[in-house]
Design a protein around this ligand. Structure first.
Ligand SMILES: Nc1ncnc2c1ncn2[C@@H]1O[C@H](COP(=O)(O)OP(=O)(O)O)[C@@H](O)[C@H]1O
Ligand SMILES: [Mg+2]
Length: 260
């Protein structure tokens, strides 16, 4: 049975195989492979500069890896002849710094992809956008501009914008790192609800409380490779490498006190 068919049959949504990425002389990713099944959440941890963002960027082809292959629902993302939007529409991305359009109010930020990319009519796009804002608890802020929203609200708009496109998988790149501590909880709660609702998610975060309670699997990246991976229980209690234990112990020190 070929991989495409096998992935389809086994519910594998995203498969990353042997990804290599070099910037200049620096080999950032030295062969990273993992896969995620429908409805699962994978949390990726690793020191700053270890290539976590690069890996997420390779998945939606914002960065092109020199080597390695990526499949989305059994369809190859790398080395394809299709328009890249064919894949990007199905990969929701949430960035650390929100990436909202400052000149558009919340609901316009959420609906714009539906209108411009999916060519949806304005009325239907507005309905979906309002529904997604409701889902993240921001219906009342629909007409406010990013400058009028708190960091936590901005990040929830950004999540609603990604969800509006009805993605197959959501990628989060340190979604709470730019937030004041008191605003982290509201964003994690939205993400937790999403995971519980069956969304497939890859989350780069050092919020260990979230990882412990939500992740099906934690991946620890070091030196451009996956050093350790497994259930939260395994990584917290019985990691393969001493380095993993040291890193997890130092997370609070490195990234500030995180939610437990
Ligand atoms: N566009 C780029 N050009 C050159 N170097 C880059 C680029 N993007 C990232 N890097 C380098 O790659 C390494 C990994 O970066 P990144 O993936 O952002 O790490 P992380 O997200 O784990 O902090 C860093 O040393 C960074 O400086
Ligand atoms: Mg990063």
């Amino acid at each position: 049975m070929n991989l495409e068919k096998a992935d389809h049959d086994n519910g594998v949504v995203l498969r990353v195989e042997d990804i290599h990425k070099t910037y200049g002389k620096n080999e950032i990713l030295k062969g990273v492979s993992f896969h995620i099944k429908k409805g699962e959440t994978i949390v990726i941890i690793g020191a700053s500069g270890s290539g976590k963002s690069t890996l997420l960027r390779c998945i939606n082809q914002l960065t092109i890896p020199e080597k390695g292959r990526i499949w989305l629902e059994g369809e190859e993302v790398t080395h394809h002849m299709k328009e890249i939007s064919h894949f990007r529409q199905r990969i929701g991305m949430v960035f650390q710094d929100f990436n909202l359009f400052d000149h558009l109010c919340a609901v316009r930020n959420v609906e714009i992809g539906l209108i411009k990319v999916k060519k949806m009519d304005k009325k239907q796009a507005r309905e979906i956008a309002m529904e997604e804002l409701r889902r993240v608890g921001l219906e009342r802020q629909a007409n406010q501009y990013p400058a009028q929203l708190s960091g936590g609200q901005k990040q929830r708009v950004s999540i609603a914008r990604a969800l509006a496109m009805n993605p197959t998988v959501m990628l989060f790149d340190e979604p709470t790192s730019a937030l004041d501590p008191e605003l982290i909880g509201e964003v994690l709660e939205v993400m937790r609800d999403l995971a519980m609702g069956g969304m497939t998610m890859v989350v780069v975060t050092h919020e260990m409380g979230f990882a412990r309670s939500v992740a099906n699997e934690i991946i620890f990246i070091e030196g451009g490779k996956i050093l350790d991976q497994g259930t939260p229980h395994k990584l917290f209690t019985n990691p393969e490498h001493e380095r993993t234990r040291q890193f997890i112990c130092k997370i609070d020190e490195l990234y500030g006190k995180t939610e437990k």
